[in-house]
Structure formats: structure tokens, C-alpha cells
Design a protein around this ligand. Sequence first.
Ligand SMILES: Cc1cc2nc3c(=O)[nH]c(=O)nc-3n(C[C@H](O)[C@H](O)[C@H](O)COP(=O)(O)OP(=O)(O)OC[C@H]3O[C@@H](n4cnc5c(N)ncnc54)[C@H](O)[C@@H]3O)c2cc1C
Length: 381
Amino acid sequence: MKADVAIVGAGIAGSALAYHLSGEGLHVTLLDGDYPGLGASGRSAGLLTSQHWNRFDVALTRASQEMCDHLARDEEGGVQRVGFLRVTSLEEDIPVMRERVHTYLKEGVMAEFLEGEELSSRFPSIDSSGLLAGVFTPQDGYVDAYDITSTFASLARERGVAMAMGNKAKAVEMRSSKAVGVETPQGELSAEAVVVAAGAWTPSLLRESGTPLPLKPYRTQALVTAPVTDLPILPMFHELPRGLYLRPDQDGLLLGNGTEHDEADPGGYNTHADFELYAKVAAWATERVPAAKDARIARGWAGLCVATPDRFPLVGEVEEVEGLFVLAGFNGLGVMRGPPLARSLAEALLGRRPTFELAPFHPGRFEGRDDFRIREGFTLR
Ligand SMILES: Cc1cc2nc3c(=O)[nH]c(=O)nc-3n(C[C@H](O)[C@H](O)[C@H](O)COP(=O)(O)OP(=O)(O)OC[C@H]3O[C@@H](n4cnc5c(N)ncnc54)[C@H](O)[C@@H]3O)c2cc1C
């Protein structure tokens, strides 16, 4: 069988792409070595915050929030808009935070700068000792990213996309600098265009196919508590200097982030959270949320994100290889960035003008550079 488009990887990015290409008269096949959402997407904390170090992401997050709300099949789905509070105890962050608030407001995002006592009067459930200031974006929220991913995939299937699950691509087949299909254990799937959206496995798959790109997988972690009795209503909360965050999770809390800055091996990384992280985040959460003093960590996990030199993803056609596209390198922000950039790539593949211009994300922008440091995407600067 021959596809017009073969998508490798059914995470949030590949599944959203399949959904946006479906119902357009194309033969689209979505392949995954596993099942939709079992990579980083199902391991994500699902935070959708407008607070970013650049304006592209402010717009992308808003689009992702709208898309998640649109997908929600019932009132309990969609974005849980509890707001996002980012705080600091460092003087040097204050001017940057003030400036960011101007940017957010200019982009149409509701945002408030809070200083000193304002933090404790607005958020009495959070112990703000030692904190100097914060920014609150009340319309931000979180989603169940596994649910979003599997909804994109199942709607794509309903609209005619062929699903090839349990089908791990070995390489992209090339002929005379043109991608002609995907090599799988079940044989070759011929395709006019191949999109590699394989998350942390993208760099090795591209290397195998002779088209390396500057992408580095790195490990990050999350934990959840058992239900906490009388837990107050809390926003998503991120304490900058400590690099820790929490958000409500059913009747308990979800906590992160334990990001490592070394390149990880997707073939054999530790999928469990580190024991040291259990103790560290539990101590921090009970310090900041006194009502959670009896909270017990129920489980934890680790997943892989993918870094790029400038912390922006790679989206578009790989230079000098006709028909080979990449949709990866979300730098830990793939629930925010993935769905809108997948939609824009689908629009480009369908010959339409993309909602988000893809030039800033062009995969060829680094000219082969791969000597870069892994830096977090989820931060103030
Ligand atoms: C602990 C944690 C917390 C996070 N929190 C947030 C957050 O709050 N907000 C946010 O925006 N982002 C967050 N992220 C990041 C976000 O989860 C990722 O950026 C996003 O899920 C990446 O999606 P993806 O589709 O690119 O990759 P993935 O979800 O990893 O999907 C890749 C898919 O490709 C498949 N695959 C791999 N190799 C092959 C192959 N050879 N053949 C076929 N299929 C293959 C895999 O099985 C997988 O299903 C978090 C990540 C982690 C780990």
C-alpha cells in the first residue's frame, strides 16, 4: 500500500498532524512503535501557560488551549483553567517579570504583576515566605495530555487515517535525495512524504536515515500525591529559583520537574522518578502549601523531552531531502507547541497558508550545528 503522507510517531504532535490532514482526500498513515500517547505526551504534566520568554509561544499556547477546548468531548474535558502563578525570590527577576507582563498584555493575555504582600493576600493557601514577586495569568490551565493525544488519534482514524500501531520504523527510505517511504519490520510503506514526529527517538531515526539534525533528548520527571483531605483551590504554581512546580491533580497534586541537562539515551533511560526527587518536591510542596502537610507521594515517572540549539522546535522539510519533514524538538513545551504547529504543518502540506508561519522553525536553520547545551524551555528567560 502507498500513502500520500506517512507520519512516524503518534505522540501529541504526530496525532494532531494526522487529525489535521484527515478528511482532505489524502491517504495518510500514522505509525507508532507503541500506541498513541505512550511517549512523552502521556507522561507530561499538561501545563498550558502563557508565561514564556518569547512572544511566539504566547500565541502558540493560546492556540493550543483553544484546540484542546475544541476537542473536549464533555464539560469535564478541555482546559482546567485554574490560572498559573510564577514566583521568584530573586531581585534580578523582578524587572524581567514586569516586562513580561507588558508583553503578555500586548498579546491579549490577562496577566497581573504581584509584589510582596499582594502574593499572600491573593493566594492565602500558599506560604509566600521569602518570595518577592510573581506573575499571575488567570486564564491558563492544564489538560490531560494523554487524553488529548488519544482523542486526536481516534478522530483521525474515524476520518480515514490508517493506523499502523506496534509498527516501529527502522529508517526513512531514500532514493536520490528524496524520501520515498518508511522501512518497518513488516516491510516498506511507500509514501510521497514522510513526517518524522517521533519525539526523543527522532534524532536516532534521522541519523539512521543519513539526515542528522541538532536534537538532543533529555530526561524530566513528575510525581503525583495520593488524595489530600481538604486541599484548597490552588493555581498552577512555579517557583523559579528552585525550578519546581505543582498543579492540582484530581484530589491531590502533581509535582515537577527534576529536569536533567545531560543528553539521555532514548533506548535505555530510567523511566522511574529519582528517589531524591520524591523527598525534595514533597518537602517543597508541604512548605509552600501547608494544607498539604500530610500529602503522600503516590507515584512518579520520568519522560524524555527534546532540546534544540535555540529552544525552538524543528518543523518543516529537511533541507536537500525532498519529501522528508520533521515535527520535533519541543524543548519540554510540546503540549503547548505541538498541536498548533502540527496544524500549521498540515496546512503547508495541503498547499495552504499556515496559521503560524513556519519559517522561524525551519529545520535547516543551524547548518548542521550540534555542539549546543541543553537548556530548559519552561523558564522566565
Ligand atoms: C514529566 C514531563 C512533564 C512535561 N510537562 C509538560 C507541560 O506541562 N507542558 C508541555 O507543553 N509539555 C510538557 N512536557 C513535554 C511534552 O510532553 C513533550 O514536548 C511532548 O509530549 C512531545 O510530543 P511528541 O509528539 O513530539 O513526542 P512523544 O509524545 O514522545 O511521541 C513520540 C512517539 O513516537 C513513537 N516512536 C518513537 N520512535 C518510533 C519509531 N521508530 N517508529 C514509530 N514510532 C516511533 C513513540 O512510541 C511515541 O509514541 C513534559 C514532558 C515530561 C516528560
